[in-house]
Design a protein around this ligand. Structure first.
Ligand code: ADP
Ligand code: MG
Length: 350
């Protein structure tokens, strides 16, 4: 996707570490009054006043979490912010600050890191997040990106994984499986390209899937939507590893069981058709695909009228007593045990 062979590219050693940091961060200016000191000192200083502070970190490693053969660096920067912000939204809180640490190998020219930071800045602007620091070092092979995200919420608004009760409704935002199928399409095109570098891919019909893989949007809108609907979820988590493993996390943390209804799982028509093309079961993809960055939460049955009919929200099941176990209720009305088959186990036989 990027090419550092041209002589117009600037090697990292030309700028040096401090020059590079200045160069990459010169456009960042804080938007939040809670940012007392951002980039430029030994530490950033934040003041959340009476609010609670949320902190989360995610690391992305080249060859493990992304492949630059089809991931443009600008998208990678954007996605790195989304992956992190999603964890704060999953606490029903507002993401406000990030630190960004990078370790590129010397095959990355300055221009490649500019692209990465253009994506980070775009995400930070659109999601109202201040970039307040980070670290810059080098790697002997590949690119590492580690982002920490900070957020704020009123104490009474914070939602944990552990509050679900039997009979609560299980609700998911958006639709599932598209990011994983986007990756399958991109992997296939990479193989085609390897075999024939002149092949011109026609990816028009896969636009939605590829976008969901390369440019996911975290659900910043959901905490304020829930507030507006006057709904406080009893438990919440974000869907990074696939629906089934996240449902299992909610159940284990809340000490409940669940009935998850296959027919209710929201799928985009593009997911259904590409699953037919790849001869994959679309329910399995939604359950195990991962990287959807949607939110999964539970609400009391008494809140059903407040959420029903909302196009962002789909009730996909209900919680049960822990002793009843965790089940997927199939279209044929069979109860089968829910198993966690996350992202990493998708391709392995078990
Ligand atoms: P130190 O030597 O104390 O680690 P640095 O020279 O690494 O300080 O960083 C100087 C300033 O630049 C700090 O505010 C730090 O948070 C910020 N910074 C360093 N690297 C990055 C980066 N990749 N992205 C954003 N800010 C960075
Ligand atoms: Mg440093």
């Amino acid at each position: 996707m990027f090419d550092n062979s041209e002589s117009t590219k600037t090697s990292l050693s030309e700028l040096g570490e401090f020059g590079l940091i200045d160069h990459l961060t010169k456009n960042f200016s804080p938007k939040h009054s809670s940012t007392i000191k951002a980039i430029g000192d030994d530490a950033a200083v934040l003041d959340f006043k009476e609010k609670q502070t949320l902190v989360s970190t995610d690391m992305l490693v080249e060859g493990v979490h992304f492949d630059l053969a089809y991931m443009p660096l600008k998208h990678l920067g954007y996605k790195s912010v989304m992956v992190n912000a999603s964890d704060i939204y999953a606490m029903n809180a507002k993401a406000t600050h990030i630190t960004v640490s990078i370790a590129p190998s010397n095959r990355f020219p300055v221009e490649a890191l500019e692209e990465l930071y253009a994506g980070i800045q775009l995400a930070a602007d659109l999601y109202n997040i201040d970039v307040i620091g980070g670290d810059t070092t080098s790697s002997t092979s590949g690119l590492f990106i580690s982002i920490s995200v900070f957020g704020e919420a009123e104490k009474e608004d914070v939602v944990y994984r552990s509050g679900a009760k039997p009979n609560d409704l299980l609700v998911v935002t958006g639709d599932l499986g598209a990011a994983y199928m986007g990756l399958q399409v991109l992997e296939r095109e990479k193989q085609v390209f390897k075999a024939n570098p002149n092949a011109q891919p026609d990816l028009d019909q896969y636009t939605y899937l590829i976008e969901r893989q390369l440019k996911p949007e975290a659900r910043k809108d959901i905490p304020p939507l829930l507030k507006e609907l006057d709904v406080r979820p009893t438990s919440m988590i974000d869907i990074s590893d696939g629906l089934s493993s996240e449902v299992i996390h909610l159940c284990k943390n809340s000490k409940t069981g669940v009935n998850l209804f296959e027919e209710k799982v929201p799928l985009d028509p593009a997911v259904i058709s590409v699953c037919e093309e790849f001869e994959l079961d679309s329910t399995m993809i939604a359950l195990s695909g991962g990287e959807d960055y949607e939110l999964l939460f539970t609400v009391s049955q008494s809140d059903f009228d407040k959420i029903k009919g909302n196009p962002n929200l789909t009730v996909i099941g209900h919680m049960t007593e822990e002793s009843a176990g965790m089940h997927l209720i199939t279209r044929a009305n069979q109860a089968i045990p829910l198993v966690a088959r996350g992202w990493n186990s998708m391709n392995s036989e078990d």
